[in-house]
Design a protein around this ligand. Structure first.
Ligand code: DX5
Ligand code: ZN
Length: 209
């Protein structure tokens, strides 16, 4: 599946962008939420997610890059997040937060910065519907794919089989026509600049094929 990141979309025309990526074959829309603390950038918040939900033909895959996400998950779920992914480094109670996300009716996801060892999320794999592998330092679109993160996807796929789990593996950061070949172990590809800077349909087809 392909989840274009609207971080690279035209923010003055998000409704049109959502409809255009859906027509072009996207499966989900990836929504990057940044707070200026967990990452050195500010993007969108709960009211924007609520507005996106009203017009989006696609499920909202919301990636929270915020300190202490427990303060806001209820708001993001009420706003219409389908998948809600938190960073393991952003809270001291990931298990509680993941369970609360599920209890509130969304699908919980876990992710980690490139420098964080995979060990940090292993205790939570049986609690999540999505595991997101970051292949750039979170904060900005348009960065280069970090090859040294590829083995995390492979390990997560093997671990899923070993433990009989069903989480989806998603990759985010620097995915384009050249790096997509290294992402064969992922089920969902996030792509921001690659999709929005090209013909949407061609870009999505290229990633899928
Ligand atoms: C980075 C974000 C990504 C970003 C990807 O913090 O999580 O979703 O938008 O953008 P590209 O595909 O341009 O690397
Ligand atoms: Zn993201």
């Amino acid at each position: 599946m392909i989840a274009p990141s609207i971080l690279s979309a035209d923010f003055a025309n998000l409704e049109r962008e959502l409809k255009d990526i859906a027509t072009a074959g996207a499966d989900w829309v990836h929504v990057d939420v940044m707070d200026g603390h967990f990452v050195p950038n500010l993007t969108i918040g709960i009211p924007v997610v609520e507005s996106l939900k009203k017009v989006s033909p696609l499920p909202l895959d919301v990636h929270l890059m915020i300190e202490k996400p427990e303060r806001f998950i209820e708001g993001f779920i009420k706003a219409g997040s389908d998948y809600l992914t938190i960073h393991v480094e952003s809270t001291d109670k990931p298990l509680e937060v993941l369970r609360k996300i599920r209890a509130l009716g969304a699908k919980p996801g876990i992710t980690l910065r490139p420098g964080t060892p995979l060990d940090s999320i292993l205790p939570f794999l049986n609690e999540v519907d999505l595991v997101l592998v970051m292949t750039v330092e979170p904060g900005f679109g348009g960065q280069s794919f970090m090859m040294d993160q590829v083995e995390k996807m492979k390990f997560l796929k093997e671990e899923r089989t070993r433990r009989g789990l069903k989480y989806l593996i998603e990759v985010d950061g620097g995915v384009n026509e050249k790096t997509v070949g290294f992402c064969k172990d992922a089920d969902v590809l996030v792509a921001g600049s690659y999709v929005f800077r090209h013909d949407y349909k061609k870009a999505i087809q290229t990633l899928k094929s």
